[in-house]
Ligand binder design. Structure first.
Ligand SMILES: Nc1nc2c(ncn2[C@@H]2O[C@H](COP(=O)(O)OP(=O)(O)OP(=O)(O)O)[C@@H](O)[C@H]2O)c(=O)[nH]1
Ligand SMILES: [Mg+2]
Length: 316
């Protein structure tokens, strides 16, 4: 997971720490000769920062986010007294600070606590483009909630794609939970409404509603999504994005957020994500927290997304 980005971060630390390399200007070297510390100038690390920015972009960090990272790094690294023996550690700590800053949002969501403290039933609607992992994530999420002692009902809100109702019903059967469905081609808003009514009648804690995959550019389907939300008033609107699609997922999240409003993100297929930049960009650009991540195809392959864990993973 994220090995490519990790390698680039390691490379960057190595280059900045290599004070004897040709990249450090003679002026800086001479100044540092009789001192235990060194002060890096713009000229010393300009090329290194430039190359690092390209590395970031190549690993799914959005351009806008790469600019933020590079600017923050400039502020951390330039014109500071850095102990010569400890440059590597200094750079690593600076990177840690920069990454934590980007991932540190004012509005974090503790999903279990949020549900516990909300009125029943807690209504969650999942949306995203085709194949991003919505339906599988709903099944995993139901499993996760049941392990935390919540009762769950599913709404087969994807009435559009052939086989979608059968797919979610199969998951519900495997997990031994109820799914509310209408026939294919039915009104998605109505299915979700019925699932909510069912939850109220049976005192069920959480309603998880599937929706059909839709491109963020499809006006009709985006309007349908608005209607689903207007009528059913979800407590949580989750954007499900495929981490492997990198900047596309960031673009989708941004558009969905603008059109419908998203509260949180679940990134799927992190198990195959060698790059890792998508998680950084999506948080930086949407300012919405990644609450969970998909790490495989099994029901237990849904993990809490933890900022420290992510930063540790990248910085080793
Ligand atoms: N490796 C891996 N595969 C995943 C993950 N999440 C989903 N998948 C796979 O991705 C494929 C698509 O998942 P679905 O849940 O059907 O996606 P969807 O968004 O509901 O798709 P549509 O209903 O067509 O819009 C399936 O083969 C899933 O098993 C994940 O975290 N890791
Ligand atoms: Mg689906």
């Amino acid at each position: 997971m994220f090995n490519l980005l990790k390698e680039k971060f390691r490379g960057f630390i190595g280059r900045v720490a290599g004070v004897d390399s040709e990249e450090i200007t003679t002026g800086t070297k001479i100044k540092g000769m009789f001192s235990r510390s060194i002060m890096l100038s713009e000229r010393d690390i300009d090329n290194i920062l430039h190359d690092f920015q390209i590395d970031l972009i190549e690993n799914d960090v959005a351009f806008q986010t790469s600019e933020v990272i590079i600017e923050k790094l400039r502020g951390e690294l330039l014109n500071r007294d850095i102990e010569k023996n400890n440059i590597g550690k200094f750079v690593r700590d600076s990177l840690r600070g920069v990454l934590s800053d980007i991932l540190n949002l004012e509005k974090e969501i503790d999903i279990i606590k949020t549900i516990q403290e909300s009125k029943k039933p807690f209504k969650v609607i999942f949306f995203g483009i085709n194949g991003s992992g919505k339906t599988t994530t709903i099944a995993k999420f139901a499993n996760y909630l049941m392990k935390n002692n919540f009762s769950v009902v599913l709404a087969a809100g994807d009435t559009f794609r052939a086989g979608a109702i059968e797919q979610i019903t199969k998951h519900a059967d495997s997990l031994n939970i109820k799914v509310i469905s209408h026939q294919k081609g039915g009104d998605s808003t109505a299915v979700i409404y019925d699932a909510i009514e069912h939850a109220i009648a049976r005192n069920i804690d959480v309603v998880l509603a599937d929706t059909a995959g839709r491109m963020q550019t499809n006006v009709n389907l985006m309007d349908e999504m608005k209607k689903i939300c207007r009528i059913n008033k979800p407590d949580l609107r989750i954007f499900v994005g495929d981490a492997l699609t990198g900047n596309d997922a960031v673009d989708q999240a941004e558009k969905f957020n603008k059109e419908i409003g998203i509260d949180a993100v679940i990134l799927t297929k992190m198990d195959s994500d060698a790059k890792g930049g998508c998680a950084l960009s999506i948080t930086d650009i949407t300012k919405k927290p990644i609450i969970l991540m998909g790490t495989g195809q099994g029901y237990d392959d849904l993990k809490e997304f933890n900022r420290e864990w992510f930063v540790d993973r990248i910085l080793g």
